[in-house]
Design a protein around this ligand. Structure first.
Ligand code: GAL
Length: 434
């Protein structure tokens, strides 16, 4: 049994400043991303918000917050500068170009932890939002664990708008081959997939691995499943080794899963993979709960048309993915940006955003009754589960490690070389985590 990570331990890893900026996609994606970038500064009385929320569910959540902003601050011209590509696989490069070129958006989506602290705060590109945090009284409604991973020194640098769960298995309600009872362990899961395939389902497990980060999610979830939460967290504090046999075991489980996925996985993203459940060609997919936002945006009802359980072998752990917004230095519409940050941290904003986004609110005073039953379970589990920070979504490790790992996972799905990838991952850890 693993213990819940204490706040101090969580912070120690999620807030340590050691990273460098790196882009995790191909050169072609990088160029495409750069050419789609906007120039910043929306003219008179504008508010330019940068994110990668373009898919079903996430785009709807963002639109809800824009609605609230417009009601409160009429006359502000909101510019939605979202760049498509799950997990920011294109957006992060566009943002980096803009920030380095002195053309920041007014506010941008950034993950709590290393992605915020060891890139933008470390590079001195952010203004603290401490005074907003205090005047809005967020200490009394946002858990201290979350505040700590958006803090450095005596300052707070962004406000968490949600908490996503990265370790979730989504099961089509129509499936009687993969069921919540058949997936407690990775071996159970593989055996259900095997039966489904033998029964004629060609690709029971939907995967969209465009950008590779989705495979990093399989890897981090498998690490928790095979090693436990303490082992996983120890990889970032130095108490576990990246040469441990658990690394190979986790990779081997991905290799086995790949026998059951759609052959075009490298060309599709997470939302198209979720769509395969709705099209009845796959039975399950492993993804963060933004997939729930996608399903409900596409008219599926939670716990009726689909359901969710912790990804195989990870019950009682919660892989944290936390989206936040802050204030870049030189924001062209600074006052409007401060008001945006206030909406992101408000009860009204989080109550409108999270049910559509698929996440649970960062605030503790948003009533669970406005959420679907899966989110209600997740809200309850978040309070007691052991928390693990995600590598794929910026909290656990510096950006350079995360993007190096994404590249390695891209190699792994092609070559399926467990020993080779394990050795390369250990090298990355030596280079970027020490
Ligand atoms: C994550 C982000 C989520 C969701 C997801 C898919 O990095 O935290 O909010 O957008 O990517 O794009």
């Amino acid at each position: 049994m693993s213990s819940r990570w204490t706040r101090r331990e969580f912070v120690k890893r999620a807030g340590v400043a050691t990273g460098a900026l790196a882009f995790g996609g191909s050169i072609a994606e990088f160029l495409a991303a750069c050419s789609s970038g906007t120039t910043g500064g929306g003219g008179k009385n504008a508010l330019e918000i940068f994110s990668w929320w373009t898919a079903g569910g996430e785009a709807d959540g963002l639109a809800e917050m824009f609605k609230i902003y417009k009601q409160k601050y009429a006359g502000v011209n909101i510019i939605n500068a979202a760049v498509a590509g799950g997990a920011g696989s294109n957006a992060k490069a566009v943002l980096a170009t803009r920030m380095q070129g002195g053309k920041p958006p007014d506010s941008f989506q950034v993950h709590a932890g290393q992605e915020l602290i060891s890139t933008w705060v470390k590079a001195d590109k952010m203004e603290p939002i401490t005074s907003v945090w205090n005047s809005e009284g967020w200490d009394s409604v946002i858990p201290k664990d979350l505040k700590t991973i958006v803090s450095k020194g005596s300052d707070v640098w962004s406000v968490p708008v949600n908490v996503h769960r990265g370790n979730a298995l989504w099961i089509a309600g129509s499936s009687d081959q993969v069921t919540p009872n058949s997936v407690d362990t990775l071996d159970d899961f593989l055996s259900s997939l095997g039966k489904a395939k033998a029964g004629g389902v060609k690709a029971p497990l939907a995967l969209g691995s465009k950008g590779n980060w989705q495979v990093t999610m399989l890897f981090e979830n498998n690490l928790v499943a095979v090693g436990g939460a303490d082992f996983y967290r120890g990889l970032f504090t130095g108490s576990s080794s990246w040469s441990d046999n658990n690394i190979k075991t986790a990779l081997n489980y991905i290799k086995s899963m790949l026998n059951y996925v759609n052959s075009d996985h490298a060309t599709i993203d997470w939302d198209q993979a979720a769509g395969r459940l709705q099209a009845n060609s796959s039975l399950a997919t492993i993804m963060g709960d933004w997939a729930k936002g996608y399903f409900t945006a596409n008219k599926w009802t939670a716990d009726k048309d689909f359901t969710a359980v912790p990804s195989p072998g990870t019950a009682k752990t919660y892989m944290i993915v936390c989206d936040t917004f802050g204030l870049p230095k030189g924001a062209p519409d600074r006052d409007n940006a401060i008001n945006w940050v206030k909406v992101c941290g408000s009860q009204e904003g989080q109550a409108a955003f999270n049910p559509k986004k698929g996440s649970i609110p960062a605030r503790t005073d948003v009533s669970p009754s406005i959420f679907d039953p899966i989110a209600q379970r997740f809200i309850a589990e978040f309070k007691t589960d052991s928390l693990t920070p995600s590598i794929a979504h910026g909290s656990a490790a510096p950006e350079a490690f995360a993007s190096g790992l994404n590249d390695e996972m891209g190699q792994f799905v092609q070559k399926k070389d467990v020993n080779g990838s394990a050795a390369n991952i250990a090298k990355l850890a030596d280079q970027f985590l020490k």
